[in-house]
Ligand binder design. Structure first.
Ligand code: TXA
Ligand code: MG
Length: 332
């Protein structure tokens, strides 16, 4: 295979006050910015804009919608989006800003897009310590959803060059600030239950956490439990029966439509269209919120029209398939 010399990446820029201000405007406009944190580089978007969050999944080529970590400047901002109990407050006081992500109950009415939390009632949240990340959060003036800045199935990136290699033009700007300090992702601690559970080890250790809040369970300490955070997740599942690849809704069913078909919903009481123009980014951004709305409507069933399996369509279909399974089947 022949390798052409790549032109200098036009979107890779050294982080300075001017570029950070520009990056903040890009985020506010719904664009993607890769930025350094003290752990690894993140691929960031405005967490309150569903379409911007959908663009993250498209850029990563993720075949499924994992919930993302929402980055905030501090504990006060975290409280807008999550419910912090005394354990969370003590840990945030001790370790934020820093490499600790807390899984908390999502605050009802929070502006975070349902796609960022994959429709869950919990939210992963952290205040990063890296000065560039902090300045970007202030410049953007909104919470930033960011997974690690790598393509799906590949390792996290710790240098601007690696980010450029992984994501290239799929990202609007890469804020370059050298190698990240820790090089491993943040510690993830689940505080949604009575006992704290370590979902992912990281720079903040279980011992340090236990010193503050007492005993911590380990997700991988139990051989019956898978140890990857993604696998432990309960996925969003509506309680209303969901029928996939429907050509049209039956009487009593609500329709989750896709595309401009004017007939599919003629028997349906309620029709919500993921995207009338067949735009998969728009459909991804609407997916969880529309499923929730239809689920709350007291319908006998929800008929979902077929979604093409290209691009983001693969992840949309993955989530629809899971949502169509009985709740006990779990995430696998
Ligand atoms: O250091 C880090 O944490 C980096 C920087 C950019 O902040 N981010 C990062 O994000 O590693 P990501 O998406 O690669 O990993 C986040 C993990 C995923 O495994 C996801 O399943 C889990 O956090 N997660 C997110 N929300 C969750 C939730 N509500 N419950 C359980 N796990 C969750
Ligand atoms: Mg990752």
């Amino acid at each position: 295979m022949q390798h052409k010399t790549r032109p200098q990446m036009p979107n890779l820029v050294p982080a300075n006050p001017q570029s950070i201000a520009r990056a903040g405007r890009l985020i506010a406009e719904g664009r993607l910015v890769a930025f350094p944190t003290e752990t690894v580089y993140g691929l960031g978007a405005d967490a309150t804009q569903g379409r911007a969050v959908a663009a993250i999944f498209a850029a990563k080529g993720r075949p499924s919608f994992n919930p993302l970590i929402v980055h905030v400047p501090d504990m006060t901002h975290a409280e807008h989006h999550a419910v912090l109990d005394s354990r969370a407050e003590e840990l945030a006081t001790r370790f934020w800003p820093g490499p600790l992500t807390l899984i908390l109950k999502r605050r009802p009415g929070s502006a975070i897009s349902d796609l960022a939390t994959a429709g869950l009632d919990s939210i992963a949240i952290r205040a990063p310590a890296h000065p560039v990340a902090r300045s970007l959060l202030l410049a953007a003036g909104r919470p930033i959803a960011a997974p690690s800045a790598n393509r799906s199935g590949r390792i996290s990136t710790t240098t601007p060059a690696h980010v450029a290699e992984e994501l290239g033009d799929a990202v609007d700007m890469i804020l370059a600030a050298g190698k990240t300090r820790y090089g491993v992702e943040s510690t993830i601690l689940d505080l949604t239950g009575e006992r704290a559970v370590l979902l992912r080890p990281g720079a903040v250790t279980a011992e340090e956490i236990a010193d503050v809040i007492g005993p911590v369970d380990h997700a991988d300490g139990d051989p019956d439990k898978p140890n990857a955070p993604g696998q432990l997740l309960r996925h969003y599942a509506p309680s209303t029966r969901l029928r996939l690849n429907a050509a049209m809704a039956d009487p009593g069913e609500a329709l989750l439509a896709f595309g401009p078909d004017p007939f599919a919903g003629r028997h349906a009481k309620t029709v919500l269209n993921l995207s009338e123009t067949g735009d998969l980014t728009e459909a991804a951004a609407n997916l969880f919120a529309m499923l929730r709305q239809l689920d709350a409507g007291g319908h006998q069933g929800i008929a979902a029209m077929a979604i093409p399996t290209v691009g983001l369509g693969a992840a949309i279909n993955d989530r629809l398939r899971r949502a169509a399974q009985p709740a006990e089947a779990g995430d696998g």
